[in-house]
Design a protein around this ligand. Structure first.
Ligand SMILES: *Cc1c(COP(=O)(O)O)cnc(C)c1O
Length: 395
């Protein structure tokens, strides 16, 4: 069954069925194709495959049936035409940039993006003659003012990490297109279960599949989704040649993750909202950053743009680093780790971990204070999470 046979099916049907072309064995669950290369019936067939005259598998750096199943399923869920799966989320961002940009091009990116993405743009791509200007995520005018004649790409994450600021994807897509640029959205925090950037006008969706798509903290992987013209040409061309490809085993874990993605996201969001409301009432909590709270500055935008508010929240404690570390050190159930998108709840102190390499001035500008704590809410009982945190609040 090709992907187009799934036209007209709903999200939940696509999540469990799209992309699987059942083999002659009649398997119910998707097989893992652990093979590096593929055989041909004749020398002429090999020649035709290599020349591109006939379609088909050649070598797993290029294509692999299990990886393709994952790619087609994610394409269907994001509402795109083509996906390229990569060995990590960072490899997805690198592959998108290397596939689309050249020396002399310019990127405008949100200041509030994943730390390694800042380093990739600001130091590595800069060495190859691609400059980046960083702007505040929610200030549409600042994005437009930063655009130069050689700007090709606008890049953002929404909601942002760890402050959960929300960008107006449709407004920024309009700005990008008016200036002949592409808009890429890192949809890691929402996943297509909560937000579909392509439908809002974005040209590319980037994923770290490591997070919610896996959902149980097992594998590293990533993906780029967009139109056939953008992803099928330069982006796939870079992957095929440079080789930041996804392994079949990881693809299988991720495609099984997609089957339960919406149900898991619903549970993450429901628990995060309850925890956010509870945190707002705790002594010593100055502010809770969660788009589902009416106190959030982009609450209305998030309600319009997302189907729910996500599984990550952060909050600011009175007493700075001392109180933040005291709270973190008091937990016994919640895992102290910087990962997110896991069934197990995680807690982290951004200023000294995920954002520890950012300069103190940049951290202050970005609002990442010493009293800020981030929680990626898992699938445990909320009452147990509250009881665990209660210890740190001195309860
Ligand atoms: C984790 C993460 C990445 C990078 O993904 P890896 O799989 O760790 O390479 C990119 N963007 C966001 C928003 C992330 O959280």
């Amino acid at each position: 069954m090709s992907n187009t046979d799934f036209d007209g099916y709903g999200f939940d049907t696509l999540a469990v069925r799209a992309g699987h072309a059942r083999t002659n064995e009649g398997e119910q669950s998707e097989p893992i194709f652990t093979t590096s290369s593929y055989t041909f019936g004749s020398a002429a067939e090999a020649a035709a495959r290599f020349s591109g005259a006939t379609a088909g598998n050649i070598y797993s750096r290029f294509t692999n049936p299990t990886v393709r199943t994952f790619e087609q399923r994610l394409t269907a869920l994001e509402g795109g035409e083509r996906c390229v799966a990569t060995g990590s989320g960072m490899a997805a961002i690198l592959t998108a940039c290397m596939g689309l940009l050249k020396a002399g091009d310019h990127i405008v990116a949100s200041r509030s993006i994943f730390g390694p993405t800042v380093l990739l743009f600001g130091t590595i791509l800069a060495r190859f003659g691609i400059q980046t200007t960083f702007v505040p995520l929610t200030d549409v005018n600042a994005w437009e003012e930063a655009i130069r004649p050689n700007t090709r790409l606008l890049f953002l994450e929404t909601p942002s990490n760890p402050l959960m600021e929300v960008a107006d994807i449709a407004a920024l897509a309009e700005v990008a297109h008016r200036h002949g640029c592409w808009l890429a959205v890192d949809n890691c925090f929402c996943t297509p279960a909560l937000q579909r950037p392509l439908a809002l006008g974005a040209d590319l969706v980037i994923h770290s599949a490591t997070k919610y798509i896996d959902g149980q903290g097992r594998c590293i992987g990533g993906a780029v989704v967009g139109s056939e013209a953008l992803v099928g040409a330069g982006i796939y061309g870079f992957l095929r040649t440079a080789g930041p490809s996804m392994s079949p085993f990881n693809a299988w874990v991720f495609l099984k993750g997609l089957e339960t993605l919406r149900l898991r996201m619903q549970a993450h969001c429901a628990s995060a909202l309850r925890l956010a409301q509870w945190l707002e009432r705790q002594p010593g909590v100055v502010r809770v950053n969660y788009p589902g709270l009416p106190s959030h500055p982009q609450h209305a935008l998030a309600a319009r743009q997302q189907t729910a508010f996500g599984g990550v929240l952060s909050f600011e404690l009175e007493g700075g680093r001392e109180m933040a570390w005291k709270l973190i050190d008091a937990v016994r159930l919640i895992s102290i780790t910087a990962n997110l998108g896991d069934s197990k709840t995680t807690i982290t102190h951004p200023a000294t971990t995920t954002h520890g390499r950012v300069s103190p001035e940049a951290r202050a500008q970005a609002g990442i204070t010493e009293g800020l704590v981030r929680i990626a809410v898992g699938l445990e009982d909320v009452a147990d999470l509250q009881a665990d945190l209660q210890r740190g609040f001195g309860g």
